[in-house]
Design a binder for this molecule. Structure first.
Ligand SMILES: C[S@@+](CC[C@H](N)C(=O)[O-])C[C@H]1O[C@@H](n2cnc3c(N)ncnc32)[C@H](O)[C@@H]1O
Length: 264
């Protein structure tokens, strides 16, 4: 049982941390995702759990709630047009000096960042590039660092990449794959909240900001995009999810292909 008052309180807490507003229609999702936490804490109802959460104000428990309420769905080589775009980019002469740097700005459990890494390793070899993955959810950052996935999640990984970059698990890891060590060393994951001041992660040639803007209203989207593109190198590219148009937003960007933007 989750009373309207507790629903309001817990979704406000989530909004304060993530910037994401969960409306009344998300009640079933909130209830089902928090139910397990409440049981684990020995609470007899969700109301009791939310009261305890608010009274104790334990930052670690708040992190757990945020982890539960974020939607982390992702998979390898999602929206493949962007990987074709990246491959084309690799075939052109580079305009900016230094390493080719890519940021997976809502990296979830890491599949997006490792997909990019496989492509860059294929096109550029082992040197001259690096990837940073960031996410609000500490649980997802941990999972991404672990780089261990069930085989069924890898169905979109091209065969050649599977062979080259994915180690097939055995024994207790039967049915799993581990991303190759070389790729793991090229991809760094850390926590970052896109609605707040960003950590010092440098400038990027390409930023993947995909399937996260969808959770924000227009002012929220504008705020995030304007903050994120402060990390875009001149002439760099911002990629959004194909369902996430920036068309009606006040952002200094122009479209050059579907869901591909550069400085206006
Ligand atoms: C649906 S996943 C998208 C993953 C990947 N980019 C893709 O397209 O498959 C959305 C991710 O955004 C993260 N997220 C939500 N709000 C965020 C915020 N304020 N700052 C950073 N990441 C956030 C969630 O934790 C989740 O892992």
């Amino acid at each position: 049982m989750l009373s309207p008052k507790r629903f309001e309180a817990v979704t406000q807490l989530f909004f304060d941390v993530s910037g994401i507003r969960l409306g009344e229609h998300k009640r079933p999702l909130v209830v089902s995702r928090l139910q397990k936490l409440a049981q684990e804490r020995g609470c007899h109802s969700l109301d009791e759990y939310v009261d305890r959460l608010l009274n104790q104000a334990d930052p670690l428990e708040v992190v757990k709630v945020v982890d539960k309420l974020t939607t982390n769905e992702t998979y390898f080589f999602r929206e493949p047009q962007h990987f074709d775009f990246l491959a084309q980019l690799m075939s052109r002469p580079r305009s900016s000096p230094g390493d080719f740097r890519v940021w997976s700005a809502a990296s979830s459990s890491g599949e997006e960042a490792y997909s990019i890494a496989m492509l860059l390793a294929d096109k550029m070899g082992q040197r001259g590039w690096e990837i940073v993955g960031t996410d609000l959810s500490t649980q997802m950052v941990d999972n991404a660092r672990r780089a261990l996935y069930t085989m069924e999640r890898a169905r979109n990984v091209p065969q050649a990449y599977l062979k080259q970059w994915c180690l097939k698990g055995e024994g207790q890891y039967d049915g799993y794959l581990l991303i190759d060590k070389m790729l793991r060393t090229k991809v760094r994951f850390q926590g970052a909240n896109l609605t707040q001041e960003l950590p010092e992660i440098g400038q990027f040639d390409v930023i993947f900001l995909r399937n996260v803007l969808i959770y924000f209203d227009n002012p929220g989207k504008e705020d995030i995009v304007n903050r994120v593109i402060t990390r875009l190198k001149p002439g760099g590219f911002l990629l959004t999810g194909h369902a996430e148009s920036l068309a009606n937003l006040h952002v200094p960007l122009k479209t050059i292909a579907p869901a591909v933007y550069t400085h206006a």
